[in-house]
Design a protein around this ligand. Sequence first.
Ligand SMILES: Nc1nc2c(ncn2[C@@H]2O[C@H](COP(=O)(O)OP(=O)(O)OP(=O)(O)O)[C@@H](O)[C@H]2O)c(=O)[nH]1
Ligand SMILES: [Mg+2]
Ligand SMILES: [Zn+2]
Length: 359
Amino acid sequence: MNVTDLTTFGWDDFFEANFKIYAESGYTCGRVALEHKNFFRLYTQHGEALAEISGKLRHEAVKREDLPAVGDWVVIRSRPEGDRVTIHAVLPRRTSFVRKIAGSRTEEQIVGANIDTVFLLTSMNQDFSVRRIERYLIVAWESGARPIIILSKADLCDRVVDRIDELQEVARGVPIHAISVVTGRGLDDVAQYFKRGETVALLGSSGVGKSTLINHLTGDDHLKVQTVREHDDRGKHTTTHRELILLPGGGLVLDTPGMRELQLWDGDESLQFVFEDIEALAEKCFFSDCRHQDEPRCAVREALEAGTIDPARYESYEKLQKELKYLARRRDKLSEIVEKKKWKKLSRQASERARLKRR
Ligand SMILES: Nc1nc2c(ncn2[C@@H]2O[C@H](COP(=O)(O)OP(=O)(O)OP(=O)(O)O)[C@@H](O)[C@H]2O)c(=O)[nH]1
Ligand SMILES: [Mg+2]
Ligand SMILES: [Zn+2]
């Protein structure tokens, strides 16, 4: 059998060190490429494999994040029967891109694990939104991956330079690339981010061209793409699942379904970082707990009146701040519940063991 070096899929010393405790018991490793309803597709040393979660792992998991997500390195053992493998553990994540699930429930979703670089895509036609990019940047910084802003469909826009200027204000040093798969513009520039063993995730609304870019990189049309209806913000959601794809030139890329909303999960520090300009002003307010409403000598209000900060940007900052505060409260409640659940599980297991002993 042709044995592949796991570093092709991003394996390195970090994962090696965390795998040590399993190494002697005959376990091996794989990386989650795709999640189906009841099983996972993995990249392993011996090619692709289908995997199921062991009963023990499923039983012991108290939160969704305890279970494997796309991009995770998992500890596996092959089964004597059939060609499936069993997942016994998830190795610690180096980075994880987490959002709150869509809708009102407070639950996190791991969009991708162990991502090195995240492309935040926004197309240059009707999808273009500086405010959306601000939100994406917070989640990206929070994930631990390096964000890159990609403006797609440059061929459909005659104000490319203006758009880049507009974004530069909020990007705070994050590289911005305008690309087009039609004219080929910028494609060589983005090629630099695809390196052997490194993982790039593509995120953005439906129809911005994520799958099209990947098809261009792989040189085939493995992924389905579809024309978007003009002026229909519901889009069509062509891609329906997340998939980690190995590129012919080395490197891995994660295609994701378009997100209608990217809700924050956590990110106080990232908010401060993304809105450093406003945070710096707030420090100059006379009152240290200034709410920037009607307090005297408020540097933020002064800047807003003088026009040195964009009111729309300030509004977005306030909105995101509120969202994070609300989430922090919900999460506190949630962790209390999880803690209780964990105790219940543990004590149930203990009494079960005691019962078996007595028999
Ligand atoms: N003009 C132009 N069209 C593009 C470009 N890139 C992608 N498209 C078109 O945009 C449409 C949507 O592309 P997809 O790649 O399916 O978009 P996606 O981001 O994967 O969408 P979801 O899978 O729904 O999230 C297709 O018709 C593409 O041909 C580009 O650079 N220029
Ligand atoms: Mg797609
Ligand atoms: Zn103030």
